[in-house]
Design a protein around this ligand. Structure first.
Ligand code: CDT
Length: 309
């Protein structure tokens, strides 16, 4: 057994007017609760320091940049890193990253139990659009404010296992899991901000959204024999609802913990990383069973090319 006590820390809504300092207080409160329940690794959501700002259309670059962090930790987040170090808890934390040379990414970092940043991931699959869309009930402007991640899907030896990160929409793409699966990943951690309703298809409501969310995570976990931990930012932000449904999924694809609210909520689960071994050495023993000579289209082509009539 290789047990890792993982905390999945769902955030309730963050309103546009809420200060980052007030959010950091909430993150610290959840970190402390996870610590009381013996967690040594806590997963926070995507863009965990602010409201989901890509729903707002902005033209002024200074206004856009005000949602980004140009260093991590910084003066506002340092208390979180300090408390995590005191408690001996590693974290995955999502935030909007502005690099010294002016690039904008939707980023997550991984820390060890001394609050050293040991890995970084930048969101690869950016959903939405880059111009104001009058046909939508609300905007989803990630393609406007972020560049696609440039780090791939690395995994890191950390917390006694092999840890990988992805962010929100990445979880819907099998390639995300498989690239990490091919590096032996044992825990994939991610945060998300998923609107409860589709901005273009009014018939799709929260139940469908939660179904597709669980379907993606459970299949990714099973098909790659890995734990998956997914932390939501949930609830109604300035009138715009986000799903909850934070989950911990085991390497057989079963949900072993799920949030019950759309508020700040922590779940801690003892994850035995050796549970990954059975699937990785049998049905999903990649070295024995994968047939890469038939998979070329996956990396040579993005869109669909139908056969000629
Ligand atoms: N944050 C994020 O990636 N949200 C997307 C919404 C897609 S709808 C434009 C998601 O996949 O949950």
């Amino acid at each position: 057994m290789r047990n890792l006590m993982i905390g999945c820390a769902q955030l309730g809504p963050i309103q546009k007017a809420d200060s980052r300092a007030s959010v950091v207080e909430r993150l610290i409160a959840m970190l402390e609760q996870a610590g009381r329940e013996k967690a040594t690794f806590v997963v926070f959501p995507e863009l965990a320091l602010t409201t989901f700002f890509p729903r707002w259309y902005m033209e002024d670059q200074a206004e856009v940049d005000s949602w980004f962090e140009s260093e991590m930790p910084n003066d506002v987040t340092r208390p979180l890193f300090d408390r995590a170090r005191e408690l001996g808890i590693g974290m995955c934390l999502g935030y909007a990253e502005l690099t010294p040379d002016g690039h904008h990414f939707n980023t997550a970092i991984l820390t060890d139990t001394s609050s050293n940043i040991i890995a970084k991931y930048r969101k690869v699959h950016l959903p939405g659009h880059d111009e104001f869309d009058h046909d939508r009930a609300f905007q989803h402007l990630e393609k406007r404010y972020f560049e696609p991640g440039d780090l791939g899907f690395p995994v890191t030896r950390a917390h006694g296992g092999i840890v990988g990160m992805c962010i929100c929409n990445d979880r819907r793409w099998p390639e995300t899991y498989r690239v990490m699966g091919l590096q032996g990943v044992e825990v994939i951690v991610l945060g998300y901000n998923t609107p409860s309703v589709n901005s273009q298809m009014s018939s799709e409501g929260p139940e469908a959204r939660l179904f597709h969310h669980r379907l993606s995570l459970q299949s990714g976990a099973y098909q790659n024999s890995t734990w998956v931990v997914a932390a939501a930012k949930a609830g109604v932000e300035d009138g715009f609802p986000l799903i909850g449904g934070s989950v911990i999924v085991d390497p057989d694809g079963y949900i072993v913990a799920e949030s019950k609210t759309e508020s700040d909520e922590v779940m801690v689960h003892e994850c035995d990383l050796d549970r990954c071994n059975f699937g990785k050495s049998t049905i999903f023993d990649f070295a024995r069973h994968r047939r890469i000579e038939h998979y070329g289209l996956i990396t040579s082509q993005t869109g669909v090319v139908q056969p000629r009539d």
